[in-house]
Design a protein around this ligand. Structure first.
Ligand code: MGD
Ligand code: MGD
Ligand code: MO
Length: 767
């Protein structure tokens, strides 16, 4: 039997701090995952479910976007994948009785942990203007109301449609069609807060906004640089791939302000060595860099490589540079002229140390750079990633085995959603194809990204807000501004699997539409439907849930969207033409449309049938073809930037604990970092605690300081405990989403517009 949900919020007074771990996974990880699975779904359902994760004919893990290995273990085990599955496959339920019992005002007082732990949503619910409680509503009435609100808009740009990255390719494609059929490109998504900087930098330099490696490249690399990423927690299956690379002789460099457990030692629970013998040492070199120092690091590497080339030759791939790239001379002149002083200051590393790291790059025959949020959520993330590309181009490390760029995606289908059209700045060729396929004219004006959508809400311009999954209110920056903006929206619609803050911070009217998740059986048109997703390496595969859904009449995301299209577009000239009913009852028909619109998806359904996955075309990887305007891979000369921390302040990064999936809080521990039974902590160097006039373990308020157009702005997060930690001086860390109140809406990365969640200037105040 599953256990009852918690009745209390997290009690921060019970916080305990222990020694941090020096290795990841191993037996405790298995035990922890099984405990959470049994609590959520009991023993039998746990066993049945966990055996189907990422198996042929099983479901795609809703955890992360790391690809599956070609030959999978009978149960490829991943602690946090298992936790993600348990959260979705839980037997706990949030139905009409729950909403009758708890007023919205009461629910709002609970933390994200409590809300998420209550269970799966079962019934469409409506909150009328001024009402204290949600009440049940029929599917037809709910969809009619939403369709009527959309049809009543004078200007389609007054509606905003958010997507989180779990939505399948099929649902995402129908969703963007609904939105573009209405006449807007207001399609912000979680990507805007996540890997947008990667897309911006890669599109410009190599002509595709995605990575250029496959899993076998990881295995074959000579050198792997893992920067700004905590795979032990967020991509645990990546550790098996790194282990395999190590076995074949790879060198691994970890670049991180924090000594994350998973970067050092991996105890693979699948092998005797992992279980009994202390596991595999992963990182050969840990580069403890200052927050935001990565651009300087990569510029230093490039500078060193060029110096050695000038002295001794044999370093650069001159053939590749001549044949495939542009901009080399400007780049070489730029990094050549950089003095070492600022490079040392930005990284916190000496010239000798920087050269030592660069020597490892020089010695490598094939290099891959992997990264995640530590590189994408800074003001200068896009130039930082351009400098990563520069270093790889120098040695021809794009488009050959064991080499390339590897942005490690977050949500399990965030990359697929973008591929099939969830984008506020769609390409002309995509829209042309869409117009032809559905006999209408899609809007060309760019829509709002996430931050722009919040600005529009704040300014009272948004009349309808709809979210396909996710938790917009908790995930976005500047929580107070978002809450205020949300309350100004006329109608908010959340299509969700689980209860979260975005249901209790709402517009004047609010509708919750419960939906199926990956693990649920999806029966439509008399057959079990499957959906498809794309992993972080551009491989597309099917996913089929098998579990009995939480309620009999639950609609899938596809069904909800196809019905909305039918209602909104009925008898409306100039809107997309399709057999909406047919799409609702046979997802293969949607794949047919995708195949007609998006290159690389030809024979979509047949290819899913045949093999487990197929690769989308990738010019740089497949044939060193770069679809940039000049047809070349571009070196870029980027002025050096790095954060300057004012006197008496620290730079705060906001990150994930081991027991959470973004805004979903699974539990109260961050085991690897030694934090137990609490989340309101600031990890900071012990000397800084003293120097700033505080004591270890002291409770403080965090006040962020940001100079906007109107002068200095302050934002406050109350009651955080100061925990001494091994981190560079004046670089602190605290968990998201509790700290999102501190992130200023207007503090965004240049070019990509991503909130700077890894660089918030804060001071501490005594309570
Ligand atoms: N279990 C679990 N899995 C997840 C998620 C989850 O919440 N839980 N979230 C999913 C999603 S959507 C995403 S995007 C990914 C996120 O995966 P990660 O990017 O690993 O997530 P974060 O916790 O934000 O960790 C950021 C890492 O970068 C480091 N870092 C921060 N700033 C810098 C910097 O300036 N330079 C360098 N070199 N390092 C820096 C931090 O110390 C930390 O190790 O994980 C996905 N997978
Ligand atoms: N300060 C700070 N802020 C950040 C970040 C950070 O590092 N620091 N990271 C950013 C990043 S990388 C990301 S990706 C965003 C994440 O932002 P989101 O994707 O918006 O947030 P999640 O917490 O992943 O969304 C969880 C909710 O999704 C719903 N859900 C889960 N599965 C399904 C499904 O299959 N279908 C539907 N319809 N709903 C489902 C559930 O109701 C659940 O409550 O947050 C960003 N915000
Ligand atoms: Mo993400």
């Amino acid at each position: 039997m599953a256990t009852k949900p918690p009745t209390e919020d997290i009690d921060e007074s019970r916080l305990r701090i222990r020694e941090r771990d020096h290795s990841a996974v191993g037996v405790p990880a298995v035990m922890n995952a099984l405990k959470m699975s049994f609590e959520q779904m009991g023993v039998v359902r746990s066993a049945r479910t966990l055996l189907r994760v990422n198996q042929k004919n099983g479901f795609d893990c809703p955890g992360c976007a790391w690809p599956e290995e070609d030959r999978r273990h009978a149960a490829e085990f991943c602690e946090n994948g298992a936790k993600a599955v348990a959260e979705e496959a839980t037997l706990r339920r949030v139905g009409p009785a729950f909403f009758a019992h708890h007023s919205v005002a009461e629910l709002r007082e609970h933390d994200d942990y409590w809300l998420g732990q209550q269970g799966r949503l079962t019934t469409p619910m409506l909150l009328e203007e001024g009402a204290s409680h949600y009440r049940p509503i029929s599917w037809d009435a709910a969809l009619d109301e939403i369709a009527a609100a959309l049809r009543a808009l004078d200007d389609p740009d007054d509606a905003v449609f958010y997507t989180s990255g779990r939505t399948s390719n099929e649902a995402a494609f129908v969703y963007q069609l609904l939105v573009r059929g209405l006449g807007t490109n207001n399609l912000p998504d979680c990507s805007n807060m996540c890997h947008e900087s990667s897309g911006s930098a890669l599109n410009q330099t190599i002509g595709i906004g995605k990575g250029t490696v496959s899993i076998s490249d990881i295995h074959e690399a000579d050198l792997l640089i893992v920067a700004g990423q905590n795979p032990g927690t967020n991509h645990p299956r990546m550790l098996s791939a790194l282990e395999k690379a190590k076995d074949k002789g790879a060198t691994i460099i970890a670049v991180n302000p924090l000594p994350e457990a998973g970067l050092f030692q991996f105890k693979n629970p699948q092998t005797p060595r992992g279980v009994l013998l202390g596991g595999t040492k992963l990182a050969d070199d840990f580069v403890q860099i200052r927050l935001g120092g990565d651009q300087a690091l990569f510029q230093a590497i490039g500078k060193h490589l060029l110096e050695v080339e000038a002295r001794e030759g044999g370093v650069l791939d001159t053939g590749f540079i001549a044949a495939h790239t542009a901009g080399f001379d400007d780049y070489a002149a730029h990094v050549g002229s950089l003095p070492w002083g600022p490079l040392e200051e930005a990284t916190g590393l000496s010239e000798a140390r920087l050269r030592e790291i660069a020597e490892r790059v020089r010695a490598s025959k094939s290099t891959i750079v992997c990264w995640a949020m530590g590189l994408t959520q800074h003001k200068h993330s896009v130039p930082t990633l351009r400098d990563v590309v520069n270093v790889l181009l120098l040695q021809g490390n794009i488009g050959r085995p064991g080499a390339g760029v590897c942005p490690v995606r977050g949500h399990s289908n965030v990359q697929g959603d973008r591929t099939v059209g969830i984008y506020e700045k769609p390409a002309e060729a995509f829209l042309d194809a869409l117009d032809r396929e559905f006999a209408f004219t899609a809007p060309r004006k760019y829509g709002y990204d996430t931050v722009e959508a919040i600005r529009a809400m704040r300014d009272g311009k948004v009349r309808v807000f709809m979210a396909m999954g996710g938790n917009f209110v908790s995930a976005t920056p500047d929580t107070r501004v978002v809450e205020e903006g949300m309350s100004r929206v006329g109608l908010t619609v959340q299509v969700s699997t689980k209860l979260n803050r975005s249901h209790v911070v709402h517009g004047r009217r609010a509708i919750i539409l419960p939906t199926l998740g990956r693990t649920d059986r999806d029966r439509r048109g008399g057959a079990d439907q499957r959906v498809t997703v794309e992993d972080s390496m551009g491989a597309v595969h099917g996913s089929r849930g098998r579990l009995a859904p939480p309620a009999e009449d639950l609609l899938s995301e596809v069904a909800i969207l196809a019905r909305l299209c039918a209602l909104v577009f009925a008898d409306r000239p100039g809107t997309p033409r399709a057999d909406w009913r047919g799409l609702e009852n046979d997802y293969a028909a949607i794949r047919g449309h995708i195949g007609n619109v998006i290159p690389g998806f030809e024979d979509y359904d047949a290819r899913i049938d045949k093999g487990r996955s197929f690769f989308l075309p990738n010019g740089p990887r497949d044939e060193r073809r770069f679809t940039t305007p000049n047809g070349k891979a571009n070196f870029t000369a980027n002025p050096l930037e790095y954060p300057v921390i004012p006197e008496g302040r620290v730079l705060l990064q906001t990150l994930r604990s081991h027991d959470q999936y973004n805004t979903t809080i699974y539990g109260k521990d961050d085991r690897y970092r030694g934090i137990h039974d609490g989340r309101r902590v600031v990890l900071i160097h012990p000397d800084d605690i003293r120097e700033l006039g505080f004591a270890e373990g002291e409770l403080v308020d965090l006040v962020s300081e940001w100079t906007g157009p109107g002068g200095l702005e302050e934002r406050r997060a109350e009651e955080f405990r100061l925990v001494p930690y091994d981190t560079p001086r004046r670089n602190a860390a605290a968990y998201y989403p509790e700290t999102n109140v501190l992130v200023p809406l207007d503090s965004t990365a240049d070019v990509s517009g991503t909130p700077t969640s890894k660089a918030v200037v804060v001071r501490f105040e005594k309570r």
